[in-house]
Design a protein. Structure first.
Lengths: 572, 88
């Protein structure tokens, strides 16, 4: 047995077999073949096996993931049946007497290049389809096993270098019980997904893909950030007990589901949930969320080959608003770009995607996309308590433009006789230091702020949160960050507005005392963190936390702040 | 040989899903099926051929079938275009 350390990204303990989500080695050499007939037969066999496999995957995906997600495999099957792709490959084997691998690669590459160069949003996606199916046929030619995550049919722990949104979209939640990755941190996609799926995850282990083989028995300790590979029976018994203990702790917190979030000295704050899809509402309710503080609408746009229609969006927004039954729902408009790509939008690759064309910057430019979303939101507004939030606002001008577009769409709808709610609050994410610094000016025009700490920290510290070598600079407790947070909260309160926080920091045990002391009104976090946070806040005195926060603001380093938080809270 | 002109009404043009439906329908017939747009003609039984045309909204397309079941093929393709809300 051996053990690996990583970052505890999603709490809980799980024991299951490993499933390596890793691309096989598909390298080969160009060869001359004598018997081209036989080579073509070999190619056709690989093709037939690939088709059978894809058909099975498509059928399973239909049942497990729905028609929508299965459509991608339909497209793959069509590519494999395409006479314009298949005949040139066979032709090449025959005339050039090369091996099928080489003929396949050359032909597919020609199409991929052709599609990628086309000036059409959907072409990049088609290029990806060809690349995917080529890999599958190549794997069968080479006799290596492809990974087919959508075919998983027993409980497993996913082991991967990293997980992209399109990987996780294909995972069956019934069988995937945990994640372990080589790279990433608490705020990477894999970590966020694990928390939303309520499964344990350890990320950033650096070497898990090297050390774990398919079928190895694993223990994921998402509380301590540990992974045990092929553990002893004693260890298994120990962790089964730990698992029970954790479940009991969770049951204890569960008693607070219907309780208000009040401090020991009677101050109320709101604990809200971050969600990605209407399906996440079950988790919000089970965990006693008082609102939705962040609805990430980009999941509506991901894992598909075209933009969602106004109707699809309307249905999703309506479902969330109705599901929350009059409680506030803060919807963030499309936040794409950075680490979240949409292949069908065909956005240019950037040197610094986090500093580039993303979120509101993209929406103000691509107004067709933005306006469809706003119309869907406005139409849904009558079904609940909707608040609209624009991401990545850097200047007042951006906010004014976005709001003007919203107002235009509202007028158009109203004059066409469509019902639209009259009291939709319109706010912004505070992620960019310029906006935090100028919060007093913004506060005059916005209805609320929501601080996005993941980005605010990376922009303030100038440290890419995807880069592990600078991960030490991800310092939520740095007094510089705390001062920015304070500026935003104070500015909103002076104008009678409110400030929430929807980054990871809002659910962090060490940050909560500080944020409470700084006067934060709403804490929005993964649904699974809510009860723990409520339990913690009920034990804290607001007055004491105000004093703690004042002290922290005058400190020089994050380490001092952490020590002080521990000293004050553990003394209780 | 029979042929018919259509105008694409879908906002994003002839994109992946409806294109797949068309290709699948075309594949059911023995006739040669061609799709013409902007002076270029491709095999409508080939998904990559169809996608490579980059047919957008308001595009005028011509579908041409030739063979034993040409009329049946053309009718079925027209039906699919209508059903998918792609063209008129």
């Amino acid at each position: 047995m051996s053990m690996l350390h990583g970052i505890a990204a999603s709490s809980g303990i799980v024991l299951a077999k490993a499933y390596r989500l890793i691309e096989p080695d598909l390298s080969f050499e160009k060869r001359q073949v004598e018997d081209t007939e036989k080579e073509i037969e070999r190619f056709q066999r690989a093709l037939a096996i690939s088709k059978d496999e894809l058909e099975a995957i498509r059928e399973k995906a239909k049942v497990d993931l729905g028609e929508d997600k299965a459509a991608i495999f339909e497209a793959h099957l069509l590519v494999l049946s395409d006479p314009e792709l298949i005949s040139p490959i066979e032709e090449k084997v025959k005339t050039e007497q090369v091996n099928a691998e080489q003929a396949l690669k050359e032909t597919a590459d020609m199409f991929i290049t052709m599609f990628e160069q086309m000036d059409n949003d959907y072409m990049k996606e088609r290029a990806a389809d060809i690349r995917d199916v080529t890999k599958r046929v190549l794997a069968h030619l080479l006799g290596v096993q492809m990974v087919n995550p959508s075919m998983i049919s027993e409980e497993v722990i996913i082991v991967a270098e990293d997980l992209t949104p399109s990987d996780t979209a294909q995972l069956n939640r019934e069988f995937v019980k945990g994640f372990i990755t080589d790279i990433g941190g608490r705020t990477s996609h894999s970590a966020i997904m694990a928390r939303s799926m309520e499964i344990p995850a350890v990320v950033g282990t650096k070497t898990v893909t090297e050390e774990v083989q398919d079928g190895d028995f694993l223990i994921v300790d998402g509380l301590k950030g540990e992974v045990h590979i092929n553990p002893t029976d004693e260890k298994i018994a120990f962790y089964k007990e730990e698992q029970i203990r954790y479940e009991e702790q969770k049951a204890e917190w569960a008693k607070l589901v219907n309780e208000k979030t009040v401090t020991a000295d009677g101050e109320h704050v709101e604990l809200a949930a971050n969600i990605g899809t209407p399906d996440d509402l079950t988790g919000v309710k089970n965990n006693g969320g008082e609102a939705v503080g962040l609805y990430r609408t980009e999941f509506l746009y991901m894992g598909r080959d075209q933009l969602p229609t106004e109707e699809e969006q309307f249905e999703a927004y309506k479902a969330v608003l109705e599901g929350m039954d009059g409680k506030a729902v803060v919807v963030r408009t499309l936040d794409i770009g950075g680490d979240k790509e949409l292949p069908y939008l065909d956005l240019p690759n950037e040197m610094n995607p986090f500093l580039g064309f993303r979120a509101i910057r993209l929406c103000l430019e691509e107004q067709d996309i933005f306006r469809v979303q706003l119309r869907a939101l406005l139409r849904a507004s009558v079904y609940g308590n909707l608040k609209i939030m624009f991401p990545m606002i850097a200047t007042l001008a951006e906010f004014r433009r976005a709001k003007a577009i919203l107002e235009q769409e509202k007028e158009l709808l109203v004059s066409a006789g469509t019902a639209v709610s009259d009291d939709i609050e319109v706010g912004i994410m505070v992620e960019i230091p310029s906006t935090a610094v100028l919060a007093d000016q913004f506060a005059k025009e916005v209805d609320f702020f929501s601080i996005g700490t993941n980005d605010l920290i990376q922009y303030t510290m100038a440290a890419d949160r995807m880069n592990e070598q600078v991960s030490y600079l991800y310092q939520p407790y740095n007094p510089a960050i705390l001062r920015l947070v304070k500026m935003v909260i104070d500015a909103s309160h002076r104008e009678g507005k409110w400030t929430g926080m929807c980054g990871e920091m809002a659910g962090d045990e060490l940050a909560i005392p500080l944020l409470l002391g700084l006067g934060l009104d709403e804490f929005s976090m993964s649904a699974t963190s809510i009860l723990q946070a409520r339990s913690q806040i009920r034990g804290l005195s607001k007055q004491d936390m105000v004093e703690l926060a004042e002290k922290a603001l005058e400190m020089g380093t994050a380490e001092e702040v952490v020590a002080e938080v521990k000293r004050v809270t553990e003394a209780k | 040989m029979v042929e018919k002109k259509f105008t694409i009404i879908d906002k994003v043009g002839l994109h992946a899903r409806p294109a797949s439906a068309l290709v699948q329908v075309a594949g059911q017939f023995t006739s040669d099926v061609q799709l013409e747009y902007n002076g270029k003609s491709v095999n409508l039984k080939s998904i990559m051929g169809v996608m490579s045309l980059g047919v957008g909204q308001d595009a005028e397309i011509t579908i041409r079938t030739e063979g034993d079941d040409e009329q049946e093929a053309l009718d079925k393709l027209e039906e699919t275009l209508n059903k998918e809300g792609l063209a008129e």
